[in-house]
Write a protein that binds this ligand. Structure first.
Ligand SMILES: [Zn+2]
Length: 131
């Protein structure tokens, strides 16, 4: 199996709801996001996926989150803006583009700080059709 990854950073403020501790107060993070894509076989060019295309998709999502207050930015106006939910959000937004292809998103990792990360990995047997 092959796996490639791209990383980007963005800055945003958030405030965890229903959380007792420092993170319930308004504060910001310089988030780092890593999207990893895996494939059993390479395409004819010898690639898992084009880095340029992968970064383009990732930046489109970051564009909506960068320099915002996440709690006021959908879907985090409803969903708690935890690193875990951010990771799942990137997965949900990007995975439809990979549903029919040879490659799939294997994981999304979010760094809130240099030493704290959350990772979302889809279940192996998830092949639910998307409307
Ligand atoms: Zn925080």
């Amino acid at each position: 199996m092959f796996e490639v990854s791209v990383e980007e950073t963005f800055a945003a403020a958030h405030q965890l709801r229903e959380y007792k501790g420092k993170c319930e107060n308004l504060h910001g993070h310089n988030y780092r996001v890593r999207i990893s894509v895996a494939a059993e076989e390479l395409d004819r060019t010898g690639l898992v996926v084009d880095f340029v295309e992968l970064k383009r998709q990732m930046r489109a999502i970051i564009e909506r989150l960068d320099h915002t207050f996440l709690n006021e930015t959908p879907p985090f106006d409803v969903l708690n803006p935890s690193a875990e939910n951010l990771a799942k959000h990137f997965y949900d937004e990007m995975s439809p583009a990979f549903k029919t292809g040879r490659a799939r998103i294997s994981s999304v990792k979010i760094w809130e700080t240099d030493t704290s990360t959350a990772t979302y990995r889809p279940s192996e047997d998830v092949t639910e059709p998307r409307a």
